[in-house]
Design a protein around this ligand. Structure first.
Ligand code: 13P
Ligand code: SF4
Length: 377
């Protein structure tokens, strides 16, 4: 049955978000679809895998942070509507073409991990590393490497000092690139991704130290800093850090033969016990490549796990969460169908709401750092 949509001027289009937030979810679909049609190729909707079903179904492209950054760099659409979190929208603005506008449907959709590294703290850490003689100002000594989950200012900081950005899907290649330039890396802000990547490259745990921005000298003895190959920022993802080694043992006892696959933002102890580690896109591919009848317990955000559970059931594969309690990314969840509808309908009327704009001085160096990431293999 096809749904007839009233012409836009007859619909209750309003610039005020409050008027949308009171509307039920099921009234949004037809309106979002109509606004999407009306905008045509002028808009592209990008959706991260952690978005809710009611939102991601409207994405022109779904992906992990890396794939969505590639799409943002590729698209010629005038509007890039980013159903994801703030650092992803910022990166899209940095990678986009002049005149393109990036929209984040809810400005409160941040990332608690990205918030754990603030540019002033990073500058102060760097000054201390310079004063210890471990690097010079420009990064001759230490390569600064930041995870995509960080502010554009931190990406620019890394770009300006000979460093780069990575995502969970290309961290090993980024580490290799960084070590080709210096013997040491400063990795921001996720200690777990940094430790997991370093260890997988053969760097022992004793050669990874954790810099705590709230402690003098990062809370690390200067002698240990000198010996370290990787200086990890004390940051983490509160969603992934909740997965514990005992969850792996429990699910294996409950479902003999089950494969445990996890995101590299999980703790080292969890990744060590897992059968596979990968980005959101990587986790989907692992399950897609498995034979019918396979069982998976997945350590990542619950919306993606539930969606894979439904989709892969059609191929007779079982997909469950590694732990049933608390693996919702509350900031990803902030993008609701109402926010998406509000942003798109405003665009149809020429109103650009919730635009994400990175200042030009920050843009230049963060683009350098992001381009280096897009160029590595
Ligand atoms: P991916 O790049 O694997 O999609 O990860 C992004 C993220 O924020 C995971 O928590
Ligand atoms: Fe940030 Fe964690 Fe949410 Fe990913 S899952 S966006 S790292 S808070």
């Amino acid at each position: 049955m096809s749904t007839t949509i009233a012409p836009l001027e007859e619909r209750s289009v309003s610039c005020s978000l409050d008027n949308y937030l009171v509307l039920p979810d099921n009234t949004m679909d037809a309106r979002i679809a109509a606004a999407r049609r009306e905008l045509g190729s002028r808009a592209v909707v990008l959706g991260h895998h952690y978005q809710r079903d009611e939102v991601i179904r409207f994405a022109d492209f779904r992906g992990d942070s890396y794939k969505l950054a590639q799409e943002a760099a590729r698209t010629r659409a005038e509007y890039i509507v980013f159903c994801g979190v703030h650092f992803m929208a910022e990166s899209a603005d940095v990678l986009g073409r002049p005149g393109q506008k990036v929209i984040l449907p809810d400005l409160n959709a941040g990332c608690s991990m990205a918030d754990m590294a603030e540019i002033g703290q990073v500058e102060s850490c760097w000054e201390q590393l310079v004063s210890l003689g471990l690097t010079d100002e420009l990064g001759r000594g230490i390569t600064p490497l930041t995870y995509m989950n960080s502010t554009a200012a931190i990406k620019a900081f890394c770009g300006e000092r000979g460093g780069l950005v990575c995502t969970s899907s290309n961290a090993p290649a980024a580490f290799k690139w960084a070590f080709e330039r210096n013997e040491k890396i400063l990795f921001l802000p996720d200690q777990h991704l940094g430790r997991n990547t370093a260890f997988a490259m053969g760097i022992p745990l004793e050669e990874c130290v954790v810099w705590d921005p709230f402690m003098i000298g990062g809370g690390v003895d200067p002698a240990r800093l000198r010996r370290a190959k990787v200086i990890l920022w004390k940051g983490h993802c509160s969603v992934h850090q909740r997965f514990l080694p005992e969850h792996v043992d429990r699910v294996r006892a409950q479902y003999p033969g089950i494969k445990v696959i996890v995101h590299p933002e999980c703790r080292w102890e969890v990744c060590q016990k897992a059968d596979g580690v990968g980005s959101t896109e990587g986790l989907i591919k692992m399950i897609a490549a498995a034979p019918a009848g396979s069982k998976f317990a997945v350590g990542t955000e619950i919306h993606l796990v539930n969606r894979m559970g439904k989709e892969f059931a059609k191929e007779s594969k079982m997909v469950i969460t590694l732990d049933e309690s608390g693996c919702l990314c509350t900031t990803m969840f902030r993008i609701s169908p109402q926010h998406l509808c509000w942003a798109l309908e405003n665009l149809t009327q020429g109103n650009v709401v919730n635009r994400i704009q990175v200042p030009d001085d920050v843009k230049y160096w963060s683009r350098v750092a992001l381009d280096r990431m897009l160029e590595i293999r």
